[in-house]
Design a protein around this ligand. Structure first.
Ligand SMILES: [Zn+2]
Length: 353
């Protein structure tokens, strides 16, 4: 077996360091070198920022690169480590999963040293970088087939103190949506491995399959707001505007809040993300395309809620997810009487995350 995963520089070096995280080679390919930036200003919060977990979500790597440009002038204490591209093989292919082994990096954590390349990347990040951080921001997008607002997201966490700290961190991004998202397909996620080690982990999520200047500016402002809340940089928080809306309430969503396609076809949205809807309001129309005699089907809101995800691209099959709604967060009365977490629910199909 080849050498262990390692950094080509010492993270304890004061000031700026640039080098690589070396992911050893295996049976499927040789070693990978992932560019890493570190800025060590001594005592203070220890933050790890990662992008490119999924290869068709390109905003994260770009915001990470911007962070590297302005952080040396702005950071006043603590340590920030930035890894703009976790999975270069997927990013180069603009593919959610790694083409070489077909694996979703965000389902194989903590990885395996003797596994395929995706598992070796997860192993290197878990063993070399994760122990150096107390807080992790993983910069995602929602991918090319969805409309989704700029959001900071997390999942329900059994440790209610960590849950409260995580939600506060997510809210500090001051994005139009802060979302606690319950689903059970979480095995192997980067989030879970970090949270199991007591770390605060926030996913930033943006819609779209193409990168736009406006969205990048919102994304970057959100990350800067979070750095200010951590005390790593100074300044006044911004409240980014997205489609005339600013920072909104913290919402929760559950598997029952997903609206599924009743038939194969094309989904026509009749509302926008962040719209408030009441029971029976029209969210969209599913148009079967295999027969002109097949009637179009109205998709209506199940109750008073806020629409946060709309299928805006790609023909859908039956029972595929076409929209989702959320409600104000209440499963955890954070800081007050804390009810037990909800019982697990049935496994569902993969959300994009
Ligand atoms: Zn993603």
């Amino acid at each position: 077996m080849s050498e262990a995963p390692h950094l080509t520089f010492d993270l304890d070096t004061p000031g700026v360091s640039k080098g690589h995280l070396v992911v050893p080679g295996g049976a499927d390919r040789g070693e990978l070198s992932l560019p890493v930036f570190s800025l060590n200003k001594g005592e203070g919060p220890r933050l790890l920022v990662t992008g490119g977990n999924h290869g068709n979500e390109l905003e994260g790597p770009l915001v990470a690169r911007r962070l590297i440009e302005w952080l040396p002038e702005a950071q006043t204490c603590g340590r920030v480590i930035v890894l703009p591209v976790l999975n270069p093989l997927a990013v180069q292919a603009w593919s959610r999963n790694t083409p070489l082994d077909g694996l979703n990096l965000n389902r194989v954590f903590p990885g395996r040293a003797d596994g395929s390349v995706t598992e070796r990347i997860a192993d290197a990040v878990s063993r070399v970088l994760l122990p150096m951080a107390d807080t992790v921001f993983d910069l995602h997008s929602f991918g090319p087939t969805w409309d989704f607002p700029p959001a900071a997201t997390t999942h329900p966490i059994a440790d209610l103190d960590l849950m409260a700290r995580t939600v506060r961190m997510a809210e500090a991004f001051k994005l139009p949506l802060t979302l606690v998202w319950e689903y059970n397909d979480t095995a192997g996620m980067f989030d879970i491995v970090a949270q199991n080690q007591g770390k605060v982990f926030v996913c930033a999520e943006f819609g779209g399959g193409t990168v736009g200047a406006d969205n990048l500016a919102i994304y970057e402002a959100g990350v800067r707001n979070a750095l200010m809340a951590l005390g790593l940089v100074e300044g006044a928080a911004e409240y980014p505007t997205f489609r005339q809306q600013k920072s909104g309430p913290t919402l929760e969503t559950h598997p029952s809040d997903e609206l599924k396609s009743p038939a194969p076809g094309i989904f026509e949205p009749r509302c926008s993300v962040l719209d408030e809807v009441k029971q029976g309001d029209l969210i969209g129309i599913l148009h079967p395309m295999d027969s002109l005699s097949a009637e179009s089907i109205d998709i209506r809101a199940p109750g008073t809620s806020i629409v946060f995800a709309i299928r805006s691209g790609a023909h859908v099959g039956v029972n595929e997810w076409i929209a989702a709604v959320a409600r104000p967060l209440k499963i955890y009365e954070l800081g007050a009487d804390q009810p037990a977490p909800r019982a697990p629910v049935a496994k569902r199909s993969n959300p994009p995350e």
